[in-house]
Design a binder for this molecule. Structure first.
Ligand SMILES: [Zn+2]
Ligand SMILES: [Zn+2]
Length: 162
């Protein structure tokens, strides 16, 4: 976290020198999960980063992701909230203030998601695990038959995170 805050401070120094004004520092958390590396909450002046991706890609994260998210806050402070998130104002901050390519997305590997399994029953002794996708199809009316005993598979109400 120290290195993120250090990097953040450098990003703000550069932006303040460029725009000739002060910017209020955001609150920073490392509690983001899932596919995104970072998210900027403009109205709350909050940055959330993905701890797992930070740990797995630290150098690139400090070089790209932190400035990327800071640029969203700076763009909002300078140009207001009507601009597009990755529009020309944000891009200009990335290239002119940070000297970085204005890439929209990170290319870090997304940590494997712990998939939920839904258990179905038929005439066989063991329950059959369904993927979330398959379970969703059942919710939309699709029915599945057990290939071994021929019974229709029915949801047991049980689910488990792998
Ligand atoms: Zn972005
Ligand atoms: Zn069966």
């Amino acid at each position: 976290m120290d290195r993120i805050l250090e990097c953040l401070e450098r990003c703000y120094d550069l932006a303040e020198a460029h725009f000739g004004r002060r910017f209020e520092r955001p609150r920073v958390t490392l509690d983001l999960r899932g596919q995104r590396a970072g998210v900027a909450y403009l109205s709350r002046n909050l940055l959330r980063f993905n701890r797992q991706m930070y740990q797995d890609n630290t150098e690139d994260f400090l070089q790209q992701t932190v400035p990327h998210e800071v640029a969203h806050l700076i763009a909002d402070a300078v140009f207001g909230s009507r601009i597009r998130p990755h529009g020309p104002e944000w891009k200009a901050i990335m290239t002119e203030v940070y000297g970085l390519p204005p890439k929209r997305c990170h290319d870090y590997p997304v940590p494997a998601r712990r998939a939920t399994r839904y258990f179905y029953r038929c005439g066989c002794p063991a329950p059959v695990p369904f993927t979330p996708q398959r379970h969703a199809w059942v919710g939309r009316g699709r029915r599945y038959q057990c290939r071994r005993c021929g019974d229709m598979l029915r949801f047991t109400g049980q689910q488990q995170r792998a």
